[in-house]
Design a protein around this ligand. Structure first.
Ligand code: BDR
Ligand code: CA
Length: 305
């Protein structure tokens, strides 16, 4: 059983990743959610995970992390995820609140009492940068950070950078330089493992959880529809799929560096194959990815019947 925490800014694709992990609670033991400013403000993304928890009638602790990057200003992305950070589903305002301690205190406490915790990071790396900078003693208790972020050939926010790394490059650099093993799912493997727009239609006729997924895709796919793409990446899903079935991924080991400045290059990730404790996912079997995802949502639908 792998112990996991999500570091997240939900986020349509964050929620798909979380749902897939919840369907595999026999393999992934979830300790809670740490939220961070990214797609939208900290308050909005925290509200989104609380809403989804109430919709699913689950009760994992939610801890608020940092509300801004280490150096830059926060730069929410309403074009990608809407004003709420998770436009589409109409969910009730949550009664549940975030826990009274910060995400950083949560990590310190959890890692003091547990070994081999895997952190699945689906957002800018601000929380983890602060944690590893200010509390280096926790490092040995982290099994691995598996993150969605970075790009090898071209960015989605400037010429070379991916959004999560670009939003807080200083924090990302701390994480990559920390000595903690990091597996990075860059844009390219997320594109390779994407969903065909026509495949999303299966959720329209599905059950309770499918209907949430359908509403999420309805907004999320708009970006692809407008560009006449027949496929879209579900970025944050990929780290979870990798943890569940690493054999459907090809990867290389080496060292990743982060560029801190330059209009085209801020947040760029440079990968050098060889010595190092970083791993980059390069390619995957798209149909195998979708099989895991579809079966996960189907199994959750069964649970909510
Ligand atoms: C990343 O940015 C966010 O919009 C997604 O949730 C994902 O984490 C993709 O670049
Ligand atoms: Ca995200």
């Amino acid at each position: 059983m792998r112990k996991i925490v999500f570091d997240t800014d939900p986020g349509h694709d964050d929620i798909m990743a979380i749902l897939t992990a919840l369907a595999h609670s026999d393999e992934l033991e979830l300790f809670g959610f740490a939220t961070v400013a990214g797609n939208q403000t900290l308050d909005k993304v925290t509200n989104n995970i609380l809403k989804v928890e109430e919709y699913l009638k689950i009760n994992y602790p939610v801890y608020k992390g940092l509300d801004r990057p280490l150096v830059k200003q926060p730069q929410p992305q309403p074009a990608a995820h809407g004003e709420s950070g998770m436009d589409g589903p109409v969910l009730a305002d949550p009664e549940k609140k975030a826990e009274p301690i910060s995400a950083i205190d949560f990590y310190c406490e959890l890692l003091k009492n547990n070994d081999k915790v895997t952190i699945i990071a689906l957002a800018p790396l601000t929380n983890l940068g602060v944690l590893l900078r200010d509390h280096p003693e926790v490092k040995e208790h982290i099994e691995e950070i598996v993150l969605m972020g970075g790009a090898l050939n071209g960015g989605n926010i400037n010429k070379y950078a991916e959004f999560n790394i670009w939003h807080d490059p200083e924090a990302a650099k701390i994480v990559f330089d920390s000595g903690v093993p990091v597996t990075m799912a860059p844009l390219e493997v997320c594109y390779a493992g994407g969903i065909l727009l026509k495949e999303t239609e299966r959720f329209e006729e599905g059950g309770y959880v499918s209907s949430l997924v359908w509403d999420l895709f309805d907004f999320y796919c708009e970006y692809a529809r407008k560009r006449n793409w027949d496929k879209t990446a579900v970025f944050d899903l990929i780290p979870v799929l990798y943890l569940l079935k690493p054999e459907i991924f090809t990867c290389k080991e080496g060292k990743i560096d982060v560029i801190l400045d330059g209009e085209d290059t801020q947040g760029q990730t440079l990968f050098e194959e060889g010595e190092g404790n970083h791993k980059v996912l390069l390619d995957t079997d798209r149909e195998a990815c979708m099989k895991i995802f579809f079966e996960a949502i189907d199994s959750l639908d069964q649970k909510y019947r």
